[in-house]
Design a protein around this ligand. Structure first.
Ligand code: HEC
Length: 176
């Protein structure tokens, strides 16, 4: 038997053994609670599915941004610290080499998702959902994608029209 065939045979035996082990579970661990799942199940989909309750405005977001984001991404979203992305600027779809800003995103809901899951960089998941809505409103307003008085929440955010909407090609449409 060649080495390759031997490895395949060993792999198949391993998979069979794993299947058998699953069938007769040793009852280790405990079932995860719904509350624990909810803490991690925070992905917001492009159409706004899974957006949490809450709301915020650009004026509220401006204060939080100045305190927690400007340090890296620049005052008012311009002139960031070296190596960090600005938060303002229209990112044209035909410039793949230019730094990406939030205006590149196809969906406004992505801004909420990335800020809630990853920012501020040194303390992710410390912002409340209201604060994330407020920052999202602020970022959209300084890019003139919404009026600065508009309230962002689970209903209004998915309706914001992004400049690159509809221009992305789905690489594997059959996998959706
Ligand atoms: C300590 C520096 C730092 C701070 C403070 C910080 N960020 Fe970031 N931010 C980063 C880095 C580094 C990245 C790029 C890496 C990544 O996307 O994970 C990033 C990426 C982002 C992106 C994605 C940018 C893109 O071009 O797609 C957004 C949006 C963003 N930050 C928003 C915020 C907001 C809002 C705050 C404040 C709540 C914040 N950041 C605070 C360092 C920081």
């Amino acid at each position: 038997m060649s080495t390759c065939k031997l490895l395949l045979a060993l792999g198949a035996a391993g998979a069979l053994a794993a299947g058998a082990a699953l069938a007769q579970s040793p009852n280790l661990g405990k079932t995860i609670s719904e509350a624990d799942i909810r803490a991690w199940d925070i992905a917001v989909l492009p159409d706004g599915s899974n957006l949490p309750p809450g709301s915020g405005t650009a004026a509220q977001g401006a204060t939080i941004y100045a305190q927690q984001c400007a340090l890296c991404h620049g005052e008012n979203g311009v002139k960031p610290a070296p190596g960090y992305s600005p938060m303002v600027g229209l990112q044209k779809f035909d410039r793949m080499d230019a730094p990406k800003t939030i205006t590149y995103y196809e969906h406004a809901t992505t801004i909420f998702d990335i800020v809630r899951r990853g920012m501020p960089f040194m303390a992710p998941r410390t912002l409340s959902d209201d604060q994330v809505y407020a920052i999202t409103a602020y970022l959209l307003a300084i890019n003139k994608l919404i009026d600065e008085k508009e309230v962002m929440n689970a209903q209004s955010l998915p309706k914001v029209k992004m400049p690159n909407a509809g221009k992305f090609i789905i690489r594997f449409p059959d996998r959706i």
